[in-house]
Design a protein around this ligand. Structure first.
Ligand SMILES: Nc1nc2c(c(=O)[nH]1)N[C@H]1C(S)=C(S)[C@@H](COP(=O)(O)OP(=O)(O)OC[C@H]3O[C@@H](n4cnc5c(=O)[nH]c(N)nc54)[C@H](O)[C@@H]3O)O[C@H]1N2
Ligand SMILES: Nc1nc2c(c(=O)[nH]1)N[C@H]1C(S)=C(S)[C@@H](COP(=O)(O)OP(=O)(O)OC[C@H]3O[C@@H](n4cnc5c(=O)[nH]c(N)nc54)[C@H](O)[C@@H]3O)O[C@H]1N2
Ligand code: SF4
Ligand SMILES: [Mo]
Length: 729
């Protein structure tokens, strides 16, 4: 008998409302369709959501704990796994202290409130400061800017699309990736186009004429990594020509410092640095400042560069000096259902931990993935000797995967918690099954503040998880208990957990056992903005209020309550960049940048049969560059950075700026077969092998994925054998 479950997709932040038709007897998804009764989110629905069940039924899915024995894996019980892992981690902690246990968690964990909270519970139980996360290859710059300007690391300002007349979109491709990053605008791109049809101005800044840029009124083909110079040019034109309009309700400090900075910059110099004509900069500045309502938004195209924080900062500056912040059509602060700053200070007190080798601080409590390899391999006290990797594939999605892979191999002990054994889990001593989001019920009070409307959705569970598999949070809890270390690092918690479990058993009321619903329900009730019961009773999602403007002023945490528009660290970084001569890199004359494809989610899903329309990730190159090098469409080329070489197939395209080449990340990783021992499946090439984990944005610790200097050479084919192999014969 089939049955329809209404829930939402948890692959990307868009969170599309879904109707999942399930055959209950066979516990099998029959179809996944958009939930058109959802008032808000279903409109981005894509093939990744439609084919989501292919991951549930992944032929290489891990459905029982697996223990490494030599170079093979054998099935084991959870009991065996938890006992062994608790013992081995316990030994490492006893001998070397809690910091000897390192952790990394990846992007999909963000979509699981239960896992995020209980993962923190486990890390606090262990007491390690060596926590690494995906934000350090994605969005750290947003947190650094929020902290410096507003005094709150976790505040994010949501684009107010429907009211806007001018969109300055920098380093983002919502036509492909949907309009989400540290915010979610459901159907955002379609709504931008609707505003455009009604007369709004759309300006897209991107070295590629992306699917988004193709529809823009103006496409600015900036040089990769140089958005800061372009945006500073805009700020300069606005301030120099008196086009600014400061808010009368949002107090702002530091505008004079900003004026001094732009006075030192020369527009022609900035234009040369970003590769955009000064007249274009002036024109965009005038249009942006002159629009009735406008927004500037930056995404990952900006963040994944050495000047990513300065770029993000300048986008906030643009919004602030033209009174677009927390104003209709600009970027709004959405309160969500809880008081984020207060809740986070309770749950995640600022970390004082620093990394051993580079001595860098944590950002939002976590260190940068770029530092992980050396923290494992550098001898001495405090070395990471054991690791847990959950919901992540840093060897493929992060910089210099080779260094990380070699480091992971040196560990005494590695535990991976995932649906499939991927490249980052190659050296795991234990593989612990993950559950699929279709198998979990989920409610995140945190995500509500990323929504463009006051909106919250309880994600119902559509499928039963595989028999015997624990949800990730249950596994984390069991591990902390077995280790005899207090969950959340709070004395008495483990006893409480045990007592409540007993009580649940005696009374036959499972809800009495401590579980993540307690936390989400507690937060929502304490927030008093929406009734918990109403949330549970809204299968199509709940719009619980009308959007408001002006709440940002109330949460600014700096003494005096003013926005600090010109933080000294950002001014210094900009001045240093202005002094830096731009020298042509003759050894590595191309800049390698990135893009996403509709059929993959970072390093996963590209293996799903329903999504493999592209079998690889080609190198996009301008025909003029290719001509010069004697390269044709479809040719094999060797792409070399100071770190090493990879081989890719060329795709000629007039859409990319000459001198720039683009290749999607997330490809080339293996999907292993721990149960059957078959060969690894691999599609495409890992372009991040060329990215140095030492070339970082010093402010956000993010690597320069999008501006990696490379050389491109044809791979000469002699009678069907590539040149290198021939030489080796
Ligand atoms: N060059 C370049 N590199 C980039 C980027 C770029 O734009 N350019 N983008 C960066 C960005 S924005 C991100 S977010 C990172 C992503 O970096 P990561 O988050 O480290 O990597 P993912 O590729 O998302 O891998 C996610 C893993 O989680 C597993 N998984 C999925 N769902 C579940 C689940 O429910 N339970 C469990 N246990 N496991 C699950 C998947 O099988 C997969 O192995 O990549 C970054 N890397
Ligand atoms: N289909 C699909 N959707 C996704 C994802 C996915 O992997 N696949 N990932 C999700 C995740 S985790 C995230 S964080 C979001 C990211 O969402 P977006 O940030 O919108 O992601 P992209 O589509 O990579 O867009 C980045 C754009 O920046 C451009 N770019 C590259 N370098 C530069 C530069 O130096 N300056 C400027 N101005 N532009 C540059 C690229 O050409 C590209 O068009 O997408 C989410 N949605
Ligand atoms: S992956 Fe596709 S269906 Fe799922 S939330 Fe994102 S846009 Fe929606
Ligand atoms: Mo991301």
């Amino acid at each position: 008998m089939s049955h329809v479950v209404t829930t939402f997709c948890r692959i990307c932040v868009a969170g599309c409302g879904l109707e999942v038709t399930v055959d209950r007897e066979r516990n099998k998804v029959m179809s996944i369709e958009p939930d058109r009764q959802n008032p808000y989110t279903w409109g981005d629905f894509c093939r990744k959501g439609k084919t989501a069940a292919e991951v549930v039924e992944h032929p290489r899915r891990i459905t029982t704990p697996m223990k490494r024995v030599g170079d093979r894996y054998v099935r084991a019980t959870y009991d065996e796994a938890i006992t062994d892992i608790a013992r081995r981690l316990g030994e490492v902690i006893d001998r070397h202290g809690p910091d000897a246990v390192g952790t990394y968690h990846g992007n999909p964990m963000g979509f699981s409130f239960s896992t995020t909270t209980w993962w923190t519970g486990l890390l606090d139980a262990i007491g390690t400061g060596n926590r690494y996360w995906v934000g350090s290859i994605d969005q750290n710059n947003g947190h650094v800017v929020a902290q410096a300007l507003y005094g709150v690391e976790l505040v994010s300002l949501v684009p107010d699309i429907d009211e806007s007349d001018c969109f300055l979109l920098v380093g983002m491709d919502p036509a492909v990736s949907k309009f989400n990053w540290m915010e979610n605008n459901p159907r955002g791109w379609q709504r931008v186009l609707k505003r455009q049809a009604a007369g709004a101005d759309v300006i897209v800044v991107d070295p590629r004429r992306s699917a988004t840029a193709r529809n823009a009124d103006t496409h600015v083909a900036v040089l990769p990594g140089r958005d800061w110079a372009f945006l500073l040019g805009l700020v300069k034109v606005i301030l120099d020509r008196g086009l600014e309009r400061l808010s009368t309700t949002l107090p702002i400090e530091g505008v004079d410092d900003l004026r001094r900075l732009v006075a030192e910059a020369d527009l022609d110099d900035l234009a040369a640095r970003c590769g955009v004509d000064a007249t274009v900069i002036s024109d965009v500045a005038r249009r942006f400042a002159g629009a009735h309502r406008a927004m500037c938004v930056c995404h990952t195209g900006v963040s994944q560069n050495e000047m990513g924080t300065v770029g993000e900062w300048l986008s906030h500056v643009l919004n602030l000096i033209t009174d677009r912040t927390d104003r209709p059509g600009g970027r709004r602060f959405e309160r969500g259902v809880i008081d984020i700053p207060k809740v986070m200070s309770l749950f995640a007190p600022a970390s004082v931990h620093r990394t051993r080798v580079r001595g860098l601080p944590a950002i939002v409590g976590f260190h940068s993935l770029s530092e992980l390899p050396e923290e494992i391999t550098t001898p001495g006290d405090g070395r990471i000797r054991a690791m847990m990797i959950a919901f992540g594939n840093p060897v493929v999605s992060g910089p210099d995967g080779r260094a990380l892979d070699e480091a992971l191999e040196q560990l005494d002990f590695l535990v991976a918690i995932d649906l499939v054994q991927r490249e980052s889990h190659r050296h795991a001593d234990w593989l612990i099954p993950g559950t699929h989001w279709l198998e979990r019920a989920e409610l995140s009070p945190l995500f509500a503040s990323l929504q463009e409307q006051p909106y919250i959705h309880y994600g119902a569970q559509a499928l039963a998880k595989p028999e015997g598999v624990m949800e990730e949070w249950e596994f984390f809890e069991a591990l902390a208990l077995k280790m005899g270390r207090n969950l959340f690092g709070r004395p008495g918690v483990n006893i409480f957990v045990k007592v409540m479990r007993k009580l649940a058993g005696w009374t036959g009321r499972p809800g009495l056992a401590m579980n993540p619903n307690w936390v989400s329900a507690g937060m929502i009730k304490a927030g008093r903005r929406v009734k918990y019961r109403d949330v549970l009773n809204a299968p199509h999602g709940l719009r619980y209020a009308r959007k408001r403007y002006g709440d940002l002023a109330g949460i600014i945490a700096h003494p005096g309550g003013a926005v600090r528009i010109a933080p000294p660290a950002f001014l210094d970084a900009t001045r240093a960049a202005l002094r830096d001569p731009t020298v042509e890199n003759t050894d590595y004359p191309f800049l390698l940048t990135g893009k996403r494809v509709r059929e993959a989610m970072n390093s996963w899903l590209n293996e799903s049969p329903g999504l493999t329309t592209t079998r690889a990730n080609p190198l996009e190159m301008h025909p003029d560059d290719a001509d010069r090098l004697g390269i044709g469409d479809g040719d094999q080329v060797r792409v070399t950075s100071p770190l090493g070489s990879i081989e890719l197939t060329v795709e000629l395209s007039e859409r990319i700026r000459p001198g720039v080449v683009a290749c999607a990340h997330g490809w080339g990783g293996g999907q292993f077969d721990p149960a059957g021992g078959g060969a690894a499946d691999r599609i495409g090439v890992n372009r991040n092998l060329l990215v140095d984990n030492r070339r970082l944005d010093p402010l956000s610790q993010t690597p320069a994925f999008n501006s990696t200097a490379v050389r491109v050479e044809p791979v000469r084919v002699v009678s069907g054998v590539p040149e290198r192999e021939e030489a080796a014969r």
